[in-house]
Design a protein around this ligand. Structure first.
Ligand SMILES: Cc1ncc(COP(=O)(O)O)c(C=O)c1O
Length: 360
């Protein structure tokens, strides 16, 4: 029990585990001579971003313009915004940021590139643009090499733009992403551009699962940079994929048992508002309770979790605190205002979770 903690439910990050995870990823990629650019979208906390970059990362990646604004203000000098910006007001904010720090952006359409070119041209600057490719994530980006190379050529020819390289993301929940297919897609674009005399300065791929499966085992030779985000915390999903153990999961929700209606069920004072409704592939539970590993969080209400335990196990008593490793970091970190960074039995940091995923 940590002194001075708030009433439950609350969220803690084990700082020593975060540090170990950050260092392990840095070492993993360094050994394969791959640059690390941590994606900060999962936490949006500058101090954590600094912890991630200080062992040797080349910069950070952000997912929203607001994240970039905050990170530039916090002093980060090399940022890749991994999202297409097409709104004109946002584009002029982006152009302003590009004059303050090294900020690059991804694009996957002529329209995005034209609008960006207009915005940076008007501000008298130059923008670095990465062409986004779809390497199996089936989200944004070009799945075909022809249009991807054509957009890169357009960027190369543009007065106000420079070609930063290729960017791609493979996330979701692949237990075993097809790294060979991802590599083939990217290599084809690089080869097309090489034939046209265009050098590709960087090939940046996102995703913790991808990073951990690709290096050192598959080592896709076209890729120069990895952008994992979840790896500083990990979560029950990554345990389920066999990437890490629960001891590597730094994020924990602390909750109180408020009811024991029958011999196999207890109710916790935390619901979907905090745990989020992310299901765990392969195991029907909304989070893993460390003290009761056989327990399953079978149902969530807004502020209640219904937990079932096998009849043979001991039941937590009313008033007892339990520690839940969430299924997904993103949902939890988007739902609470404060993250307590804990070292041993001491609260070392009280981090405000800025820019929650709420509509304004
Ligand atoms: C474009 C992009 N890059 C990198 C990441 C980081 O991936 P992960 O959260 O799997 O570490 C994400 C996460 O959604 C992403 O969308």
């Amino acid at each position: 029990m940590i002194p001075d903690t708030p009433p439950t439910p609350y969220l803690v990050a084990l700082v020593e585990t975060v540090e170990a995870n950050i260092n392990a990823m840095q070492r993993r990629l360094e050994e394969s001579q791959i640059d690390l650019r941590p994606h900060i979208k999962v936490h949006r906390i500058p101090e954590l971003g600094r912890m991630q970059t200080s062992p040797g990362a080349v910069g950070i990646a952000c997912q929203t313009l607001e994240e970039v604004e905050m990170m530039v203000t916090a002093g980060f000098g090399d940022i890749l915004l991994t999202n297409s910006i097409v709104d004109r007001k946002k584009l002029s904010r982006l152009a302003a940021l590009m004059s303050q720090a090294k900020v690059a952006v991804t694009a996957d359409s002529d329209q995005a590139v034209d609008e960006l070119s207009g915005a940076v041209g008007a501000s008298g600057g130059k923008a670095s643009v990465y062409v986004e490719c779809d390497i199996g994530g089936v989200r944004t980006g070009y799945a075909e090499s022809g249009p991807a190379a054509a957009l890169a050529m357009k960027i190369v020819r543009s007065q106000f733009l420079e070609f930063g390289g290729l960017a791609a993301y493979l996330g979701g929940n692949p237990r075993c992403p097809d790294i060979d297919a991802a590599e083939a897609t990217l290599a084809e674009v690089v080869a097309r551009l090489a034939r046209a005399g265009v050098d590709v300065p960087a090939v940046s791929v996102g995703g913790t699962v991808l990073a951990m499966r690709a290096w050192p085992d598959c080592s896709p030779s076209t890729v120069t940079e990895a952008r994992p985000g979840n790896y500083s915390f990990f979560d029950a999903t990554k345990v389920e994929y066999g990437l890490v153990g629960y001891e590597d999961c730094a994020l924990r929700v602390i909750s109180t048992v408020i009811s024991r209606p029958n011999p196999t069920r207890v109710i916790l004072d935390v619901g979907w508002r905090i745990l989020s409704n992310n299901e765990l592939p392969g195991r029907p539970t909304y989070g893993h309770i460390l003290e009761y590993p056989d327990a399953r969080v079978v149902r969530l209400y807004t502020e209640h979790a219904i937990v079932e335990l096998p009849g043979s196990s001991s039941l937590p008593r009313i008033g007892e605190l339990v520690t839940i490793v969430p299924n997904s970091c993103d949902g939890v970190l988007a739902s609470v205002d404060t993250l307590y960074g804990v070292r041993g039995a001491r609260i070392e940091h009280v981090w405000g979770l800025w820019e929650r995923a709420v509509l304004k």
